[in-house]
Design a protein around this ligand. Structure first.
Ligand code: ZN
Length: 129
């Protein structure tokens, strides 16, 4: 469970996921991370400059603006968040090498909140391979 703080934000969840990988004891395999919501996403991206996360949600808002005349807005007014989440996707799969996440130097696993703040449920599955 991750509690987001803003309407739109990018949160680095790499260390939380890494703890699950280490606890699993798996040395080589795959780690799948999925958020169980239709207005949030999981991506692998730059983890050093937090402005990238701000730029990402800003770019999505420019691409798919809130109140842009979307059909689903007649239901609950959050079509933009659903479309933005669909563009990014709900999950990522990261290799496990020598018992740890295999990520590039500047890569982290990010939860992208698109209609917060909310409590977001994530599932982490480890597969030995
Ligand atoms: Zn909706």
């Amino acid at each position: 469970m991750v509690e987001t703080r803003e309407t739109r934000e990018t949160r680095d969840i790499t260390e939380e996921v890494r703890r699950v990988v280490k606890a699993s004891g798996v040395r080589d395999g795959l780690c799948h991370v999925m958020v169980l919501h239709a207005t949030a996403a999981v991506v692998v991206n730059e983890n050093d400059d937090p402005n990238i996360g701000v730029d990402l949600v800003d770019a999505l808002e420019r691409l798919v603006p809130k109140g842009g005349g979307w059909l689903h807005d007649r239901v609950d007014g959050n079509a933009h968040a659903h479309i933005q989440a669909a563009i990014l996707g709900p999950s990522e799969t990261v290799p496990i090498d020598e018992g740890d996440l295999q990520l590039g130097t500047w890569q982290g696993i990010m939860l992208v909140e698109l209609e917060g703040p909310r409590r977001r449920r994530l599932v982490v599955r480890i597969v030995e391979a």
